[in-house]
Design a protein around this ligand. Structure first.
Ligand code: GSH
Length: 211
């Protein structure tokens, strides 16, 4: 069987998602750090793994995969359906919650976007912080409204963690990093903090990553 290798960066939310998923599966995997600050993600070596020049990349089952949510769905399909519910309506909801973070908040708060905002504002770190706080804060407030549903349980959907929680926890970590306002989001903060107490989530925390 081929080795499972995760190319990641400790502070990357998308990498954090895959670390959680792999730990939830109890998978045996090796991590290779890709230093975003040193632009290692734009090296020829990494572009050969992912032409988009982004992390994470996962080598698994003899394949080289990118796009964290597509990878989580692959793991769900090949490892016993642990990340999505079985019923189509439940699957739709978990995807909605996951995409609300991964497709609405994350792309506009990615590191190269933040750097560009800062450059456009005359090297203003304040502008970058204001950008992050606005879009993370608004996106999280919208996610909180999505949780206002009888389908929400102890976790984002029902009473076991799904792909939605896997997306939520890194986004809350990121929100705290930028000091975004989460005061209107008590429910998602409560769920994220509950997840953080679970072993797979704790093991995947950025502070646990070898840099
Ligand atoms: N949609 C992609 C997003 C990947 C992504 O944007 N990764 C970030 C780190 S979280 C990255 O590589 N950023 C490099 C940059 O902004 O230059 C996924 O879910 O895998």
């Amino acid at each position: 069987m081929s080795e499972t290798v995760l190319y990641d960066y400790w502070r990357s939310s998308a990498s954090y998602r895959l670390r959680i998923a792999l730990h939830m599966l109890g998978a045996d995997f090796r991590t290779v750090p890709i230093d975003l600050l040193a632009k290692a993600h734009k090296s020829q070596e990494h572009l050969a793994r992912n032409p988009q020049g982004l992390v994470p990349v996962l080598e698994i089952d003899g394949h080289v995969f990118s796009q964290s949510l597509a990878v989580i769905e692959y793991l769900d399909e090949t490892r016993g359906g642990v990340f999505l519910p079985r019923d189509p309506v439940g699957r739709q909801r978990v995807r909605t919650l996951s995409y609300a973070i991964a497709m609405e908040i994350h792309p506009i708060c990615n590191s190269h976007v933040g750097m560009h905002v800062m450059a456009l504002a005359g090297d203003s770190e304040e502008a970058r912080i204001a950008w992050m706080q606005k879009f993370i804060g608004e996106g999280m407030a919208a996610f909180e409204r999505l949780l206002d549903s009888p389908a929400t349980g102890v976790f984002c959907h029902g009473d076991r963690p799904t792909m939605a929680d896997i997306c939520l926890v890194p986004q809350v970590y990121n929100a705290r990093r930028w000091n975004a306002d989460l005061s209107v989001c008590p429910r998602l903060v409560d769920i994220a903090d509950r997840c953080a107490g679970l072993e797979p989530f704790a093991a995947a925390h950025p502070d646990k990553v070898v840099r």
